[in-house]
Design a protein around this ligand. Structure first.
Ligand SMILES: [Zn+2]
Length: 84
């Protein structure tokens, strides 16, 4: 079933997109991860955040072109943008 939301504030059709996340020399898609972030250590030195890749879910976002409101979802299955 297509997911084609409208803005709840101004009723404009929302535009599909994603939230890029910059990292070392690359830009990746943002993901949701369950739980509280825990600092990862490598030989006692901070090396980022502990993650379980299998539990990560891509974040999908729809933006209202009129007011800028974002609707953000992290669902294992969809929602996906409506195919034109
Ligand atoms: Zn709006």
């Amino acid at each position: 079933m297509p997911f084609d939301p409208s803005c709840p504030d101004c009723n404009e059709k929302m535009e599909f997109g994603f939230i890029p996340d910059a990292t070392y020399g690359a830009v990746v898609e943002t993901h949701w991860h369950p739980g509280t972030p825990k600092e990862a250590k490598f030989f006692g030195i901070s090396s980022g955040t502990v993650i379980e890749k299998a539990r990560m879910i891509p974040v999908r976002a729809w933006r209202c072109p009129k007011c800028g409101l974002l609707r953000v979802y992290a669902k294992a299955e969809g929602p996906r943008p409506h195919d034109p």
